[in-house]
Design a protein around this ligand. Structure first.
Ligand code: ADP
Length: 255
């Protein structure tokens, strides 16, 4: 049965790396407009799930549906054009480019081989035409980055770099945004600011899936939480319900 209004459906997805079973029959459905949390101990398969949904890996078994369309095996840059954007647990900004240029590269939809990989692009290939510059200026403004526009990300505080990554993901005008541990390394005030930003993205119509270890943030932000352990979904439900389940408490204590 095709669920009306589902942004993402992961159906029975398994992933093997040689002998290692990173994901086992994982299924989850994310309705459009939801903020979904994905939590679980280290090594439970969270990032692997993101890598599959964003097209970096092709699942060994199972299907990934984006608004009902099977997108298994679709390349990351094509998925980006279809509205899927992501951030990385370890920041992958273009270190040799300025903040503005990082956004320009993402805004440049004419780039066909745009893959989000951490290649250092020569400055020559960054297009600076008027329309793109205006769009970049708007993003810089919206994400409080105007003062840092001409700096290289690596020279900036970590919290700012995280914000640049989200701004760059938003440059693709995604409908589905995957955030991989966006609060890692942030201080309390920055976490609050992040939560506010994610809520406003949702208000603007973006569906969000967020991998996060900060349980306070997950509890306050997410509509629904999926818990992975050992590559399997061990719980899925409202944040308050999921947090008190014995198997969830155990999975975390066992970390
Ligand atoms: P999490 O994000 O929950 O910490 P991961 O998805 O990163 O977990 O990893 C799940 C398991 O898959 C781990 O055992 C990890 O070592 C393994 N894994 C992830 N990516 C690869 C890969 N490219 N090659 C081999 N093993 C991998």
């Amino acid at each position: 049965v095709q669920g009306g209004g589902d942004m993402l459906e992961v159906r029975g997805v398994s992933m093997r790396f040689k002998g290692l079973r990173a994901l086992e029959e994982v299924s989850l459905t994310v309705p459009a407009g939801q903020i979904r949390g994905v939590v679980g101990p280290n090594g439970s398969g969270k990032t692997t799930l993101f890598n599959i949904v964003s097209g970096f890996y092709v699942a060994t078994a199972g299907r990934v549906l984006l608004e009902g369309d099977d997108v298994g095996g679709v390349a990351p840059y094509r998925l980006a054009r279809r509205g899927v954007a992501r951030t990385f647990q370890n920041l992958r900004l273009f270190g040799d480019l300025t903040v503005r240029e990082n956004l320009l590269v993402a805004l440049d939809h004419t780039r066909t081989a745009w893959t989000w990989r951490y290649v250092a692009l020569p400055h020559a290939v960054v297009r600076h035409d008027r329309a793109l510059r205006d769009q970049a200026a708007r993003l810089l403004d919206r994400y409080g980055l105007t003062a840092f526009a001409d700096a290289q990300p690596r020279s900036l505080p970590y919290g700012i770099q995280r914000r640049i990554e989200i701004a760059r993901a938003m440059a693709l005008s995604p409908r589905l945004l995957l955030l991989d541990e966006p609060a890692a390394g942030l201080n309390g005030e920055e976490v609050l600011r992040l939560a506010e930003m994610v809520r406003s993205l949702r208000a603007s119509g973006v569906t969000i899936v967020i991998i996060e270890h900060n349980m306070g943030l997950v509890m306050s932000l997410c509509d629904q939480v999926t818990v992975l352990s050992g590559g399997r979904v061990i719980a899925d439900g409202l944040p308050g319900e999921v947090a008190v389940l014995p198997e969830v408490v155990e999975a975390y204590l066992g970390e």
